[in-house]
Design a binder for this molecule. Structure first.
Ligand SMILES: O=C(O)CCC(=O)C(=O)O
Ligand SMILES: [Fe+2]
Length: 322
């Protein structure tokens, strides 16, 4: 089968709300206010949603298998189920893997997950290099994003916006508004809409992505490494009570020891705080700062009242932009 080519338009919002009926749902978009990019989508890379649904259903009824999988990564676990008890957190379950965590899993679990792991590896092989080179072009002449991405600092996430076994089944909060920490995120959806991208020109401020589109969103590290030339995309997922939605998400981030400052050759278009422009912090530090807030929103970590000053994005905006 021939790969379909989607031209990416140089817009801040992936899918304008008033043009949704015209949108080719095979289009994959990276958000940037600057240069357009062409992105070749590989039609053979399809998220195995039947296997993903079977996995979540199996884990729901086999707590001992959950324990076995979570004990392979005891630091934070792999299946996150805060939504069972917490009505205020995101009402979803997530299953978080990475190349490292896959290696830690017992053989039986690796076997059970093989179709899913194969899919993520195929998606990474098909897309990561090309998207990094698109990001390099967006960041300016002579800039090499690939040099900052040599260690497969990737995360493989499955989301189940389930209808059962959650504390607040009537909630529309699937995933609160946030911006991903890394360079870019590729989101594969099971056909069910719910993902929205911030769009100041839309009446609600949010633009709904068609449920069968595969989409690429830039994260904070892309914004910083590109000197603000790539705009990170704030997004959220709204649940429809009674409707289940599944997604598979590939997060690509720079190597943990990369300095969190514009890459060599980048001419920033926006001033950064001293902390960022001096290059004193690295990606590992940022992942820790972001991760704490992220886990709080998802209900997996408490933050003492006094430490909560604003939303996840407000805090990071203050940290990054002068
Ligand atoms: O489920 C989705 O479509 C998006 C999930 C997401 O944004 C995230 O986990 O960071
Ligand atoms: Fe996200």
């Amino acid at each position: 089968m021939a790969a379909s080519v989607a031209t990416i338009s140089p817009i801040n919002v992936a899918l304008p709300h008033n043009h949704q009926e015209d949108v080719d749902t095979t289009t994959t978009t990276i958000l940037s206010p600057d240069l357009p990019i062409d992105f070749i989508q590989d039609p053979t890379v399809k998220a195995p949603f039947e296997a993903i649904q079977r996995l979540f259903d199996h884990l729901r009824s086999h707590p001992s298998d959950v324990d076995a999988i979570n004990s392979a990564y005891p630091k934070r676990g792999i299946l996150k189920t805060a939504a069972v008890l917490n009505p205020k957190s995101d009402q979803k379950f997530t299953f978080d893997l990475s190349p490292h965590r896959v290696d830690c899993l017992p053989g039986e679990a690796q076997q059970r997950l093989s179709e899913i792991i194969t899919f993520f590896e195929a998606a990474a092989s098909a897309y990561v290099e090309d998207l990094l080179s698109a990001c390099s072009n967006l960041a300016g002449p002579g800039v090499d994003m690939a040099k900052a991405h040599t260690n497969r600092n990737w995360n493989f996430r499955l989301c189940d916006y389930a209808t059962e076994n959650i504390a607040n089944p009537e909630s529309d909060n699937g995933c609160g508004a946030h911006t991903d920490y890394g360079t870019f995120t590729i989101i594969f959806q099971d056909g069910t809409p719910g993902l929205e991208i911030e769009d100041p020109s839309a009446p609600t401020g949010w633009s709904l992505v068609p449920g069968d589109a595969t989409i690429v969103l830039a994260g904070w590290c892309a914004a910083i490494l590109s000197g603000g030339r790539i705009r990170a995309a704030r997004h959220r997922v709204r649940r429809v009570p009674g409707v289940r939605r599944l997604s598979a998400v590939l997060f690509v981030a720079p190597d943990l020891d990369v300095k969190l400052t514009p890459l060599p050759g980048v001419k920033p278009v926006r001033p950064f705080t001293e902390r960022i422009s001096s290059g004193e912090e690295d990606v590992a530090w940022f992942k820790e700062v972001m991760g704490k807030r992220w886990r709080h929103r998802e209900g997996n970590e408490d933050i003492p009242e006094g430490e909560l000053t604003g939303s996840q994005d407000d805090d990071i905006n203050k940290l990054v932009w002068a």
